[in-house]
Design a protein. Structure first.
Length: 95
């Protein structure tokens, strides 16, 4: 299994931001996709010279295609220019 982090910005190119309600609805998709577990953290990111609130999703999985599809859904729903997925160089150990 590998550890991935997804950076989900909340600024919308047309103006406005992803609302709390919109995020809660998307979180249901994360729950359905990674029901075994994940972590979401609030972060402040910077994209094209503009600061924005960002959700940092961390998932330990072997299903990169599933994770990529989930991030593509977020990108499409909220008109994001991109979503960053990075693989972390760690070996998770559950005890």
């Amino acid at each position: 299994m590998k550890t991935y982090q997804c950076f989900l910005g909340t600024n919308k190119p047309s103006g406005g931001v992803v609302t709390t309600y919109e995020w809660s609805q998307f979180l249901k998709q994360i729950d359905a996709t990674f029901s075994d577990g994940y972590t979401v953290q609030n972060a402040i990111g910077r994209w094209n010279g503009v600061n924005e609130n960002t959700f940092l999703l961390t998932v330990i999985t072997d299903e990169l295609k599933v994770l990529t599809s989930l991030c593509q859904t977020y990108k499409d729903l909220f008109n994001q220019e991109s979503v960053l997925i990075q693989e972390l160089p760690v070996n998770p150990i559950f005890i």
